[in-house]
Every structure is written in structure tokens, then in C-alpha cells.
Write a protein of this length. Structure first.
Ligand SMILES: [Zn+2]
Length: 313
């Protein structure tokens, strides 16, 4: 008996320049769907789902965001708890060797173990995670082009976007050495330094055997650091405890007004210089004694009401 031909289905990725899907595929090439609208197979084939996930992962560099966007595209719910459990599993697995890769495929398979909830978990509508929690922005092509143009004008032509990112990161790292804004000359020198750092990294990554070359670049790096006066590593040593507390004090003084530090509460000034006491004991009290005709000189200044200070006895 001839084997019954497997049913086929049209994948939605057919006309996509990104997915380049052949279109008609065997039903087994699709995931089983619980969607009320899609029929019992997902609208994209497994291969396309993987491509979509890889695309978002590349764009966002974040598994959570990539999963979220892929779920939205394939119309599968993104369940936060499920993601968190799988993420924990993959982190633990990395530690003790039980390798578990979290991606759309493993997420989907885990989701479909919850078959008792298939009525609820049919589509992306069941997602219980706000898009704001998935903090990644997908850049549009125009923004990406603008960024690339900016990088090119700053760094010249480089091999890849990773190189530009390395240069930017290095630049920003070195910038922390400078308190003031850099002059254009300093900026150019710093850019030279970053480019040489990149070169040095590439030489070592590619297992360069030409030691002359490495030494040459290393020397150039050292000289540039000297020019920029950032080769003084002593200045970057950790501060001693007393230095730290001194810096803390200065910081506190700069950030606060004295009243905030010394007042007991809100507007209460404390008589730190004893001026108030001096005034009370040596001016006000003798005056009140004179007015009240007191000979014990022990007038209670906090309750002047009890004395007749008007002199009309
Ligand atoms: Zn497809």
C-alpha cells in the first residue's frame, strides 16, 4: 500500500526577503498551534521561526527581547514565569555542565507541555509581560544607516559593526580619565589610541606571529597614552581608608548646607558657637533681672511670663 502523502501547508515566510522560505512545506515542518484562528499549525515553519528568533537576537542581543518579539510575530504567548524558569535552567546548566540552550524552539516546546491550558495559551494575546519590561529597541534601517555614517566619519572605514562598537566602548572607557572636555587635538589622539587598541586586539585574536608588528603597535599605544597623560597608573590606585573618608566628607559638604548637617530637625539651629548661651546668660538674664528687680539672678529664661518685667508693682 502506498504511503499516504503528508499534507502540506503554506508558510507565511514565503515572500520575505529575510526568511527566503520556499513556501509550501510538510505539516511536520511546522509547530503545532493552539491558536483558534491559525488552524493546528503555526503560521511560520520551524525554520522561519528560528530565522526570526536569530534576527531579533542579533538586533537586541538579549534573549528575553528576542523571544518576546518572536512570540509576537509567530502569535504565541510570552509567559514571563516560563521564560524565567528556562532562563534559570540555562544559567544553572552552564554552571554544572547540563547544557540547556534557551531559544524559541526550547521555549515553544516547554510552553506546549502546558497542554491543559491550551484554551488560554493559544495566541500572543495571553502574554503576561509588558513590552516595557522587554527593554530593547529595534532600530529602523534609517537609524542604523545614520549610526553607521556617524561611526564612519569618526573612525574611518572599519571591517564590521563590532569593530565600531569596540572603538566606541574603548573611547568611552578612556574618557573617564579626563575631567574636562577634550580639545580637538586630544580627541584625535584618543581616536588614534583606540584604533591601535583595536589593531592590537585583532593581532592577538588572529594569533599573529609577527612579534615585531605587535611590539610596534604596543609601543605606539604606550606613546599615545603618554601623550594623553593617561599612562600614570599610580593615580588610579585604590584610595586608602582615610583618603576615602576625606573625599566622602568633601562630597558631603559640597552636596549639603551646614544646617542640614547640624540642625536636629528641619529648622532647628544648634548653638554650636555658644553665641546664644552667651547672649542669654550675660545680656538677656541681667537685663531681665534688672527689670524684674530680682536679686537671685536666677530668672528662668524659658518662662519669662511668670515674672513681672514691666516694673508696675
Ligand atoms: Zn517558512
Amino acid at each position: 500500500m502506498a504511503k499516504k502523502a503528508e499534507a502540506t501547508k503554506l508558510c507565511r515566510g514565503i515572500n520575505s526577503p529575510l526568511l527566503k522560505c520556499s513556501g509550501i512545506k510538510q505539516e511536520s515542518d511546522f509547530y503545532n498551534s493552539w491558536s483558534k484562528f491559525e488552524g493546528d499549525k503555526t503560521c511560520y515553519c520551524k525554520e522561519c521561526c528560528k530565522k526570526i528568533y536569530d534576527y531579533y537576537l542579533d538586533e537586541t542581543r538579549n534573549i528575553k527581547s528576542a523571544l518576546y518579539y518572536t512570540c509576537a510575530k509567530v502569535d504565541v504567548p510570552f509567559i514571563k514565569e516560563l521564560y524565567e524558569n528556562l532562563n534559570a535552567k540555562s544559567i544553572e546548566g552552564a554552571k554544572d555542565g547540563r547544557k540547556f540552550t534557551l531559544n524559541f524552539n526550547t521555549y515553544f516546546n516547554e510552553l506546549h507541555k502546558k497542554s491543559t491550558q491550551k484554551e488560554i495559551l493559544g495566541s500572543f494575546d495571553a502574554t503576561d509581560c509588558d513590552i516595557n519590561e522587554v527593554d530593547a529597541t529595534i532600530k529602523t534601517t534609517e537609524i542604523k544607516k545614520k549610526e553607521l555614517d556617524d561611526f564612519k566619519s569618526k573612525w574611518g572605514n572599519q571591517d564590521s559593526i563590532d569593530d565600531y562598537e569596540f572603538l566606541e566602548r574603548t573611547y568611552n572607557r578612556y574618557m573617564t580619565n579626563f575631567d574636562d572636555e577634550l580639545s580637538p587635538q586630544q580627541q584625535d589622539t584618543l581616536c588614534d589610541l583606540c584604533r591601535d587598541r583595536l589593531l592590537l586586539r585583532k593581532l592577538s585574536e588572529n594569533g599573529c606571529q609577527e612579534n615585531d608588528m605587535i611590539t610596534k603597535v604596543q609601543n605606539r599605544v604606550n606613546n599615545l597614552m603618554k601623550t594623553l597623560k593617561i599612562d600614570n597608573f599610580e593615580g588610579n590606585q585604590k584610595k586608602t581608608l582615610s583618603e576615602q573618608s576625606f573625599v566622602e566628607k568633601i562630597k558631603m559638604m559640597e552636596e549639603t548646607k551646614p544646617i542640614e548637617l547640624y540642625a536636629k530637625s528641619g529648622n532647628d539651629y544648634i548653638d554650636y558657637t555658644k553665641r546664644k548661651k552667651y547672649y542669654t546668660d550675660l545680656v538677656l538674664r541681667p537685663l531681665c533681672n534688672t527689670l524684674a528687680g530680682h536679686k537671685d539672678f536666677n530668672i528662668d529664661m524659658s518662662d519669662l511670663e511668670q515674672y513681672n518685667l514691666k516694673g508696675d508693682r
